[in-house]
Every structure is written in C-alpha cells, then in structure tokens.
Design a protein around this ligand. Structure first.
Ligand code: SAH
Length: 348
C-alpha cells in the first residue's frame, strides 16, 4: 500500500502520472486530506468512481487512533494519547499560545537515551516513528481543533536526531505550502546532544531552530543525569551547537531543567551564564523538573529558581522559566503514557 501521509505534492503528482491519473488530482487529494480532513476515499466525491476505487486498492491514510484526550483546566493545553497500527502508543501536545497553535510531536516510541528525569525513556527504545506517524500528530490536532497549526516543536518522546531521516522528511512535508505551510523558522528540534546529526542538520541549510537539552554545566553532573554525556563531552556538544548557529544564523535555545540538589546551585547559574555568553542572541529556557511517582526529583523553591534566573540573566542573556502549562495534564515528556499504564501495549 502507498502511504499518502508520506507524499509531497510533487511525489503524488508523479505517482499519479505514472498511473495515468491526471496530475491535478494530486492537489485535490492533498486538499481533501490536510484541509477538509476527509480520510475516507469513498467520501472524496469530487473524484470519479474509478479513481476512488484505485485509491482504495492502492493507497492508505494511516491515522493513529485517539486513546485519550486530556485538556488542562484553562483549556490551553491539550494532550493526545495515540495508538499506532502495531498498538504502540505515543503522545502529542497542542499548546494554544498568544502567537498561535503550537504542536509538540513525538519522534520515537520510547527513547534510548536514558535521561534519569524523563518518563519517555523508562522502557527504553521500541522503534522509530515513520514519517506518516509524525505528520499525523499535527493532522489530528488540525482536525480536532478545526484551526491552523502555526508552529511545531519536536520535543515529545524520543530523540529526534536518532530518527533523523524520518523527522526531516516529516518537517519538509509539514512545511509544504499545500500541506501545513509552517515555515522552518517556526519549527524547533530539541536534542539531548547527538553530535554527528547536529552537524548534518546544520548542513541541510534549513532555518530550523535548534534547542539543546543542556541540563548541566559540567561533564560530571551531565553524565549522572544524561547517559549521552558519556558519548559526547560537553565541549564537543557545544562546539556542534556553535557550528549550527554559524551555518544557520538561527538563535539557539538551551533547555535547562532545574533539579533541586542536582544542577541548580547558584554556582551553576554562573557557569550557565558563562556558557550562554558564547552564543550570540541565544535563549535559555529554565524548566522546573516535573516529577512523578517514578521520578523522584524535585524542583527548587520558587525563590531559588528566580535567583537562578536572575544570575543567568545578569550575563546579558535572554532567560525564561518555562510556564508549567501542561502540568495539570501531565504533559511532561511521556508522563501521560506512563500514568495511563503501558501494559496494553503489545510489545510489553
Ligand atoms: N530527546 C530530545 C527531545 C525530547 S525531551 C531532548 O532531549 O531534547 C523534550 C524536553 O523535555 C527536553 O529538554 C527534556 O530534557 C525535557 N524533559 C524530559 N523529562 C522532563 C521532566 N520530568 N521534567 C521537565 N522536563 C523534562
């Protein structure tokens, strides 16, 4: 079967040509899927019967099924727990911001990175998501809301740079004017620091925003909370991020989880300021760690978090403490899935 959620307009038109189907049907099909949200070929009544039959026999539109939908009390954050064809489950989050609708997508089922604070990695990596599975997370929210999606962050479960080809192809599709028409500047890939693919992404020449999950200012601390630190030393990661900045001229974001007693001392705030200073225009996003019964970590007091922030900004840097928008609905990476129980997944 040909998976339509993996095809660009060009690819569809070429496919149709090779079957002697008029090219303009490609645009109509894209319109049905991404704008009218019609996924049943029988309902594509603009198409002649023979074409509908051909689509039924040759093509599929594989959307995950929605297991649960949770909405934060303020109605601004929605989270979907989705079930894929092989019964794996993933999460996607919609955040209604003042500048528009932003969707956070997962890139893998599970994750191999093993960060100690992260719920997504607790069962290890099961598999990479396909292009269609990444695109469909955006499509489901567009359908559910009946609204355009304006920006995209690849910050859900998984390490996107370890599923490089599928993530990049999905972003290219999402970018297409006939699909979601989201500019690359409004897309962010968050990575724990998978160095070779930071260079690779830099060389694609796309103005995608890079966010680095830094989370520590020394190799010693970083290694204790992020096993990837044993593969790539901090200097090596920061050098790659610098290269990314040089190539794309995009403002880099550093994410820094604040974990009481682990990485949130005021000395570390100064060290973070020193690191940030080397990246012109960078933004530092401080994230109060989100614990749960499986993750026995705590955020510092509000007072200490504010002092930490003030120290970092005294280095002339743009710093924010992330609003815990999703807290009420367990939107931190992988938490809904964990809370909902993973037993029903076939592979577990
Ligand atoms: N693998 C990628 C993207 C997924 S995680 C990465 O590491 O960047 C997205 C962000 O959520 C990362 O910055 C991650 O460190 C953070 N995160 C994971 N678990 C968290 C938790 N319990 N509390 C707060 N932030 C968390």
């Amino acid at each position: 079967m040909i998976e339509l959620l993996e095809k660009s307009l060009d690819e569809l038109q070429n496919l149709f040509e090779s079957y002697e189907i008029p090219k303009f049907r490609g645009k109509q099909l894209i319109d049905y899927i991404y704008h009218r949200h019609i996924f049943d070929f029988q309902e594509m009544t603009q198409f002649p019967k023979e074409l509908r039959q051909w689509l039924i026999e040759h093509c599929s539109i594989s959307l995950p099924t929605v297991v649960t939908e949770s909405v934060a009390p303020d109605g601004k954050t929605k989270k979907l727990l989705l079930q894929l064809a092989d019964s794996s489950r993933i999460e996607a989050v919609l955040m209604k911001q003042h500048y528009g609708n932003s969707v956070c997508v997962s890139s893998q089922v599970g994750c191999a990175m093993g960060c100690v604070f992260c719920a997504s990695t607790q069962g290890g990596l099961f598999r990479d998501l396909t292009v269609a599975e990444i695109v469909s997370q955006v499509l489901l929210f567009a359908q559910l809301e009946g609204e355009d999606i304006h920006s995209l962050v690849v910050m859900g479960a998984g390490e996107p740079l370890q599923n490089y080809d599928n993530v990049l192809k999905a972003l290219q599709l999402i970018h297409e004017p006939t699909v979601f028409n989201i500019s690359y500047r409004k897309m962010t890939i968050s990575t724990c620091g998978w160095v070779p693919n930071i260079y690779k992404l830099a060389d694609e020449g796309l103005p995608i925003t890079l966010a680095l999950s830094l989370h520590a200012t020394t190799n010693e601390v970083r290694r204790t909370i992020m096993p990837v630190g044993a593969y790539h030393a901090l200097d090596e990661v920061l050098e790659a991020v610098h290269y990314y900045y040089e190539r794309t001229q995009r403002r880099v974001t550093f994410e820094y989880i604040l974990i009481d007693g682990v990485n949130a001392s005021f000395k570390e705030a100064h060290q973070l300021g020193e690191i940030g200073k080397k990246f012109p225009n960078c933004h530092i996003n401080l994230i109060p760690v989100n614990g749960n019964e499986h993750i026995d970590l705590y955020k510092p007091s509000n007072e200490n978090m504010n002092t930490f922030k003030d120290i970092v900004s005294s280095y002339g840097l743009s710093v924010t403490i992330r609003k815990e928008m999703g807290d009420a609905i367990q939107a931190a990476c992988g938490q809904l899935k964990v809370a909902h129980g993973r037993k029903e997944e076939i592979h577990e």
